[in-house]
Design a binder for this molecule. Structure first.
Ligand code: ADP
Ligand code: MG
Length: 377
């Protein structure tokens, strides 16, 4: 099984190099061409990292580098951590230990590659009911599906979720069936549980009865999302208006958190608290997109007023548009039913930005007025 053996290349000097390489060669394939190696062994007896050698290896390959160090000086370890070194082994070591460490370095590099190929998880949250979470989530999911991404809409508003009804679906199976199904969950099983919308969008709806929500633990949601990330290009998560355990579990998998706000004082009061909670939860600020929904010149305040209250910019605005309630009542998301509407165009742009992780443009300058004196700090 020569072809299955790990391919290593070795560079640098070490004691008894020839003998050790012979022993390593009995367990792995050695190549003199670094670009063919799966892992590069780099030996040094210096107290600092041979940065030039690391750089010349990198000219040929991105394979993980395993540093074989004769002296374990703190400086060397620190430089190795900062540089592109997968692991450091203090010499002398047996050939077996070196090959084992190389296999481990290769495995963890592949896990990281896999992660970068995983679908993006976009969680749509708002600390207030009725702000437009479910219509934003279902329209974004429909927009991404229309753009050719394998997309799952996952409804984590486990007691009163309405993603299915917004899409005009009468699901036979729900998230409850997924979590009570015996055996381990895998991509095939998950996709088989999803309800497929006429557009091709996959939906995992909330349970039909609120009491079935009890079994949907945060731990189960972690498993569902870990599987969904691998099975889909994009997973759009709808949520209840509070930090339920399912939402907390989803945050651990979330690439982009769309915080949907409506332009009204109670929503802004709760939004401030939600942003503080997200900070306490150590959710990275750069993954939060503040989306102001239902903007309209008739309401009299907009993004700059909201920015003033929240002390941060609004990343995106979605207009108040009658196509939204019309679509909801017909069970057809606005992006499918009126793709030329201002709302559909806004959703499409938002969905594309979040799925690509494109940073939002700099927020508009904040208003000097104090629109909501009772919310000002
Ligand atoms: N941009 C919008 N324009 C017009 N109506 C909207 C808009 N966004 C939401 N709505 C209306 O608000 C209602 C509540 O939205 P929904 O998504 O169910 O809120 P949530 O999930 O946050 O409770 C919807 O039925 C819809 O008609
Ligand atoms: Mg909702």
């Amino acid at each position: 099984m020569q072809a299955d053996r790990l391919i290593l290349s070795a560079t640098g000097d070490w004691a008894e190099r020839a003998q050790l390489l012979r022993q390593i060669g009995a367990r792995a394939r050695l190549t003199k061409v670094p670009s063919r190696a799966q892992v590069v062994l780099l030996a040094t007896d210096a107290e600092e990292l041979p940065a030039d050698t690391v750089a010349s290896v990198r000219e040929h390959t991105q394979a993980p580098i395993l540093l074989l160090a004769a002296k374990g000086s703190p400086r060397l370890i620190e430089e190795a951590i900062r540089a592109d070194v997968a692991d450091v082994l203090l010499m002398p070591q047996e050939a077996d230990a070196i090959v084992f460490a190389a296999e481990k370095a290769l495995r963890s590099a592949s896990v990281q590659d896999d992660r970068s190929e995983r679908g993006r998880v976009i969680t749509v949250f708002s600390p207030k009911g009725g702000t437009g979470k479910s219509v934003t989530a279902s329209n974004m999911a429909a927009a991404l599906n229309t753009r050719g991404l394998r997309t799952l809409l996952l409804d984590l508003d486990v007691q009163f979720g309405d993603a299915a009804i917004i899409l005009g679906l009468e699901p036979e199976r729900t998230l409850h069936d997924v979590v009570v199904a015996p055996g381990a969950l895998d991509a095939e099983k998950l996709t088989a549980f999803a309800t497929v919308h006429a557009s091709g969008l996959h939906v995992l709806p909330a349970p039909l009865c609120p009491e079935d929500a009890e079994l949907i633990s945060g731990e189960k949601i972690g498993e569902v999302l870990a599987t969904a990330e691998a099975a889909y290009d994009a997973v759009v998560v709808d949520t209840p208006p509070f930090f339920a355990e399912q939402v907390l579990a989803a945050l651990d998998h979330t690439d982009e958190l769309v915080l949907v706000l409506a332009p009204d004082v109670p929503t802004l009061k709760n939004a401030r608290l939600a942003l503080q909670t997200l900070e306490l939860l150590s959710f990275p600020d750069e993954r939060i997109r503040v989306v102001l929904n239902r903007t309209s010149p008739r309401i009299g305040f907009g993004a700059s007023d909201v920015a003033h209250v929240l002390d941060r910019g609004v990343d995106f605005e979605l207009p108040e548009d009658p196509v939204v309630p019309i679509g909801v009542n017909r069970g057809i998301p606005a992006v499918l039913h009126r793709p030329s509407s201002a709302y559909a165009a806004g959703i499409d742009e938002l969905a594309c930005r979040v799925v690509q992780g494109v940073p939002s443009p700099a927020p508009a300058p904040r208003s000097r007025r104090l629109p909501f004196a009772r919310l000002a700090r």
